[in-house]
Design a protein around this ligand. Sequence first.
Ligand code: F0G
Length: 462
Amino acid sequence: MPLPKRTMAEPYKIKVVEPLRMTTRDYREEKIREAGYNTFLLRSEDVYIDLLTDSGTSAMSDNQWAGMMLGDEAYAGSRNFYNLERAVREIYGFRYVVPTHQGRAAEHITSQLRIRPGQYVPMNMYFTTTREHVERAGGIFYDCIIDEAHDPANPHPFKGNVDLAKLDRLLAQVGREGIAYLSIAPCVNMAGGQPFSMANLREVAGWATRHRIPIIFDATRAVENAYFIQQREPGYKDKPVREILREMMSYGEGCTMSSKKDNLVNIGGFIATDNEEFFTRAKEMVVVFEGLHTYGGLAGRDMEAIARGIYEMVDDAYIASRVRQVEYLGDRLLEAGIPIVVPIGGHAVFVDARRFLPHIPQEEFPAQALAAALYVDSGVRAMERGIVSAGRDPKTGDHRRPKLELVRLTIPRRVYTNLHMDVVAESCIALYEERDKIRGLRMVYEPKELRFFQARFEPIVP
Ligand code: F0G
């Protein structure tokens, strides 16, 4: 759909509001100290504008809330499950659906069922929980994203693309039996919310078919990727995102899904597939970890909200306004000369902490320090996506040192206005002007798994 040049307002109006609390700088200094300089450990009531994540933070529509009242809370065979199943079939195109309480539960079951110890799982860059579950199942993560994705300043329009030469190299090394499946993520989170192109996906699918290796998508942000294809890829500008999404998914055998993003709900996820045997085994396993296969850890009302969110997410006006708000914030930072990942991604603006704070070495956690400083400056909460998130190499025990050392300003769906985005931009600009004053951090507590969630830090005092 070609977009109009004139201002495009949100395609909805506000019916319910939730007050925000503003605090003083002294108060926030105390709170970030108490939180060990980790924004995950702040209380939400101490946050003014919460850009920690777009996960589970969406505003639901009146239609979704109405659906919540129609929850059929039966243990087995809830009508809301069948509504969810129908929505997934119609919009994603997969026949079989197993609900789970959120995305990582779908990843857990998929990894346990589809990986034999020692097998590789190529992914277009890692995601924290996805890689963790691959490794727990004895699998080995293999990064097959194009090199451009690791360079925050490279303006490649499809930085989520897979590098087929990397797939060939792995195949030559370990053979077909050595690869469990390809885990392909649309709008790659850790690369900065970067899409793949349909042309690339088609090539990957050809490769996968030739070598009889299945593609299992991490479909978490697939609609945002479909929107970028519509806007950037020749041949798609007149296609609705709904059709583009359907084509994308047709190249995979199935997907794991965190409904907390694209699906516009606060909780939920699912596995969807056309592979009957995988479906049967996933149903057997979901009852052990989540609940019966017709609720998978969700209330009936939650499944109804997901079913309705799935139809809403493919509305062209909605998805355009969602991604355009992210661009709005990104453009304001670019105009001020602040280093961010380009092109601007689908769900977040990623500030490049390496270039923002060149005086802080990566071992002193520049992105973590910048996220803490942003909170102190304005009460805006962001998230570190750099060396802390990357964790340690399971073999050597050393820090993994990702090229990308980023602070993620993640925009919840349908929640904030562009004036909130202005407040965020002004705070980033104020910090950038005084960036020399920001100091590095020392880690004083390090959890063994997914350390970024609970790690604690102290400022390094010169
Ligand atoms: N895959 C991707 C690409 C994700 O971004 C997430 C979650 C998951 C899987 C796991 O889903 O949270 O429902 O268990 N990302 C959140 C974030 C946590 O803030 O980026 P989940």
